[in-house]
Design a protein around this ligand. Structure first.
Ligand code: ADP
Ligand code: MG
Length: 269
């Protein structure tokens, strides 16, 4: 055996920087001394460092995707009370949270229900779970999105603006039916729906069921075409429950000692 050559650790640090291997850069001295002490084979030492680098890279990517997703804070599946929405099956939501089959096909999710029923919460929670599972998501209020797309259209840039959203496997459009009665505003939205059809998924929440949409949106034919594409491959969740906040308030008023009655807490206090 040749005598061990001294290692230029300062140069090694520079090289690891240059190679963009920050985890290995931080970890190698510890790992090296453990490997020396415990007599690890060289391959084990290298493999251990490589595993840490890739795990760290995944963590950073997910953190980046979480950042770009603009999800409303604090809305997770763990904090969602499924008992309050008995018509929504937890198993079905958990399956959606895995992503694979529906996002690969560009299928959609539509959540209907009156205000306060948990649509935004559930949509955001699903988005969070999907990001954690490696998907890219963007959460946006539909009015904000429509405004951006309209600006793009004025700059003759609508197609590019819509194409830019392709990087998101799921685009969450919160409160669709609030959008507006203005023809130009709805048409950018319908162009987006057309562009993503069978390619990229949408999750839409709305206070009004489809039947009401033709009243909200001015152009009947256009609305029908958009609805048709939206529902063609879609999971539809009807969340017809009383406002969660209102129910919580009612239960507080009733005071302790009584079991919280969930979806049926319609009786006046
Ligand atoms: P919507 O979007 O249907 O109007 P939100 O999701 O904004 O309703 O819900 C209103 C409030 O009640 C939010 O603070 C939300 O976190 C909470 N909430 C609604 N439903 C539930 C639920 N099933 N479990 C836990 N919190 C809920
Ligand atoms: Mg909402």
């Amino acid at each position: 055996m040749t005598p061990a050559q001294p290692i230029d650790t300062a140069r090694l640090t520079l090289i690891l920087n240059e190679l963009r291997l920050p985890a290995i850069k931080t970890l190698w001295p510890d790992f090296a001394s453990r490997a020396d002490k415990e007599g690890w084979p060289a391959a084990r030492f290298l493999a251990a460092l490589a595993e840490h680098e890739i795990a760290e890279r995944d963590r950073r990517r997910i953190a980046r995707h979480l950042d770009e997703a603009r999800l409303p804070p604090g809305k997770s599946l763990e904090s969602f009370d499924f008992d309050a929405v008995p018509m929504v099956s937890k198993a079905q939501i958990m399956a959606l949270a895995a992503g694979d089959s529906w996002l690969d096909q560009g299928a959609n999710v539509i959540m209907f229900g009156p205000p306060g029923g948990g649509k935004t919460h559930l949509a955001a929670a699903l988005g969070l779970a999907l990001v954690e599972n490696g998907w890219r998501v963007l959460f946006t209020r539909t009015t904000d999105l429509v405004q951006k797309l309209q600006v793009a259209r004025r700059n003759l840039d609508l197609e590019a603006a819509i194409a830019k959203l392709d990087k998101y496997h799921l685009l969450i459009c919160d409160d669709l039916a609030y959008v507006t009665k203005d023809q130009a505003e709805t048409s950018v939205l319908f162009e987006l729906i057309g562009a993503r059809y069978e390619r990229r998924s949408l999750l839409v929440t709305a206070n009004q069921p489809f039947g009401e949409w033709s009243k909200v949106f001015p152009d009947q034919a256009m609305t029908l075409a958009a609805v048709d594409r939206l529902v063609h491959h879609a999971t539809i969740l009807e969340m017809n429950v009383e406002s969660y906040r209102r129910r919580e308030a009612l239960e507080r008023k009733r005071g302790p000692g009584r079991p919280a009655s969930r979806a049926t807490a319609k009786s006046s206090a």
